[in-house]
Design a protein around this ligand. Sequence first.
Ligand SMILES: Nc1ncnc2c1ncn2[C@@H]1O[C@H](COP(=O)(O)OP(=O)(O)OP(=O)(O)O)[C@@H](O)[C@H]1O
Ligand SMILES: CC(=O)N[C@H]1[C@@H]2OC[C@@H](O2)[C@@H](O)[C@@H]1O[C@H](C)C(=O)O
Length: 374
Amino acid sequence: MAEATLFVGLISGTSVDGIDAALVRFDGEIPRLLSGLTHPWPEPLRQRILELSQRADGLVGLDDYGQLDVAIGQSFAAATQALLKQAGISASAVRAIGSHGQTMRHRPQGPQPFTLQIGDPAVIAETCDIDVVADFRRADVAAGGQGAPLLPILHARLLGRSGCTTVVANLGGIANITIIHADGRVQGFDTGPANGLLDAWFHRHHPGHYDHDGLFAASGRVRQDLLQDMLQDPYFAAPPPKSTGREYFQLAWLERHTLTGCSAEDIQASLLELTARSLGDAIRAHAPAAEQVWLCGGGIHNPLLVQRIAACLPGISVDTTAAAGIDPDYIEAIAFAWLARQRLLGRPGNLPQVTGARGLRQLGAIYPRPDHFI
Ligand SMILES: Nc1ncnc2c1ncn2[C@@H]1O[C@H](COP(=O)(O)OP(=O)(O)OP(=O)(O)O)[C@@H](O)[C@H]1O
Ligand SMILES: CC(=O)N[C@H]1[C@@H]2OC[C@@H](O2)[C@@H](O)[C@@H]1O[C@H](C)C(=O)O
């Protein structure tokens, strides 16, 4: 029997801007995006996620936690149904859904390291009548890894070019890079904050979720004293493997620096420059031979951010992955479809040299659809 080739990938990232859903067909090993959409969060649910995922004390009642897990699962199911309707595809044509869920906490260090992605996969399987693979990060963390970033393995397969050092930079809530060295070696880590901090500062001063086209940042000027102070954070110079999240790079982090005398727009400009500088510094330090940088993630729609990143990387060609035929807005959702397929085929999904895990691991747990006994 021919192998079923349609998969759905779902993720809500650290920007919590919406649920990205991708319908993916595999031509052999290569995933092709057939249809994609970003399903909006109900606003109260989005606010709740943002509040809890950044709360320093992490306090949440068990009832609250359980309900949030189910509510997020219901929204992920609704995203899938909207995607299949848009594509004119029935649930029975889809082999499986790979659901990343919503990251609420990421603490891969310490005596009990953990990473927490929620959005009840059983609810998604039951509602959509499709097998679900979820909880992709835990096995890597249990094996001593960071559990993130997970995309480097796919970035390397899709965008690696032998003889050319290539970097893929994702501008999400957090920024992360994959380095594919000319000899094929792959590295990857989170470089620091991106849209999460930009969105939070913007939203404190304006209605709306983000600084559209970077106009607010463009109206301010970069405060070098503040920028240099922020760049002193030990995260930036720490060696990989490393990963971070919104529980660290958030407004409380910004407010630990001296902001007196800085206007709101100066701080927006300085945060944007921090994103560009920390990314550029990481690329120059870890990929000095880089010739090509491919950008993806929501930050590519911020022209000022893209311009500042290119300015931090003189002599390197900087383009979005669209120029390589990969939709920069859906590469993460495509990756979770790909990871679900890896799991069903019994293949590993992590790259130990990236995450620091003790070895290759199958990632994700399977939640079968109602009539599927396996
Ligand atoms: N026109 C625009 N101008 C400025 N910023 C934009 C624009 N469009 C999108 N963005 C930014 O992109 C963000 C969404 O990015 P993205 O969807 O990659 O985040 P994410 O999936 O949560 O990220 P990740 O999981 O990688 O952390 C928005 O919150 C916003 O900051
Ligand atoms: C714990 C977690 O959700 N990490 C995300 C986050 O968003 C960007 C960056 O930080 C990256 O490390 C990761 O997401 C992508 C999908 C990854 O694992 O490659």
